[in-house]
Design a protein around this ligand. Structure first.
Ligand code: CP
Ligand code: NVA
Length: 301
């Protein structure tokens, strides 16, 4: 069974092959209407369950469109509407769903839910974000960087802000794709200790971005964070906003990425989001292509 659970558990060579496949699939579609099936139909006769315990725009739509382009059918399920949210175990849910569908993508709160789903499912399971990681996003980000700037190996990536789930997948990717990762943010919002060794810390954002090839940030308050933390986090993170002054300290051709949704003029200014460094909408588009390659990998190896 080939699941796609986290970037540190999928072999580096497989991650590279997925990126290359995603690039090929994107090129092959170039200019075709979005609803036209791909020439290759690896998901023909397949049904994919897309389960969401949290809101989503990009993950939901990009998986749904990707499955359709590859010839499969989708079922979008809200965790709250399933028995999953009313006491049925994850293990039993996994066993039952495996009798109906060929692939499961799940966005969940607790990582334990994802891991239990993968343990008991007899079909592949894909991580569509947990409180701890977001691997599909970072596959799209690597693809986007390489499309614009060539190999990411040896390049410098700087994350400014909260050491959250998206950062964690960047940290896993830094090892697998062999790039330098610098975290700049306030100590109380440091990444979880399990990630230490995968990145370095520089508290001064202006110093951190010196020589950066890519600057990344994300929301200051994630879906799993309590709303009551908002004001404190804003106070802690204000100095880590990505703005024109910060981007001016990075390499002149540095890219800017954000997984979206963004809170304009909180973690990043509109001038950066809409400015010459930004590739945020290519990044969003590449969710589609990267995830198509991930699904093919899960089903065909
Ligand atoms: N970046 C991302 O995962 O977006 P959604 O929450 O809209 O899926
Ligand atoms: N860190 C954010 C990412 C959203 C795609 C969250 O978990 O809410």
């Amino acid at each position: 069974m080939t699941h796609f659970l986290d970037l540190h558990v999928t072999p580096a060579a497989d991650l590279r092959a997925i990126i290359d496949d995603a690039m090929r699939m994107k090129q092959a579609r170039n200019g075709h209407p979005k609803g036209r099936p791909d020439a290759e139909q690896p998901l023909q006769d397949h049904i994919v369950a897309l389960i969401f315990e949290k809101p989503s725009t990009r993950t939901r739509v990009s998986f749904d469109v990707g499955v359709r382009q590859m010839g499969g059918q989708t079922m979008v399920l809200s965790g709250a509407d399933m028995q999953l949210g009313h006491g049925e175990t994850i293990a039993d849910t996994a066993r039952v769903l495996s009798r109906y569908v060929d692939l499961i993508m799940i966005r969940t709160f607790e990582e334990a839910t994802l891991l239990e789903m993968a343990e008991y499912a007899t079909v592949p399971v894909i991580n569509g974000l947990t409180n701890r990681t977001h691997p599909c996003q970072i596959m799209a980000d690597i693809m986007t960087f390489e499309e614009h700037r060539g190999p990411i190996k040896g390049r410098k990536v700087v994350w400014s802000g909260d050491g959250n789930n998206v950062f964690a997948s960047f940290a896993h990717a830094a090892k697998q794709f062999d790039f330098e990762l610098v975290f700049t943010g306030p100590a109380p919002l440091d990444p979880e200790p399990a990630l230490s060794g995968l990145y370095t810390i520089e508290r001064d954002p202006a110093r951190a971005v010196q020589g950066a090839d890519l600057v990344v940030t994300d929301t200051w308050v994630s879906m799993h964070d309590p709303a009551s933390a908002r004001e404190r986090r804003h106070n802690q993170l204000r100095g880590y906003q990505v703005n024109d002054a910060l981007m001016a300290q990075a390499n002149p051709d540095a890219l800017f990425m954000h997984c979206l949704p963004a809170h304009r003029d909180d973690e990043v200014t509109s001038s950066v989001m809409d400015g010459p460094h930004s590739v945020i909408f290519d990044e969003a588009e590449n969710r589609l292509h990267a995830q198509k390659a991930i699904m093919r990998y899960c089903l065909q190896g």
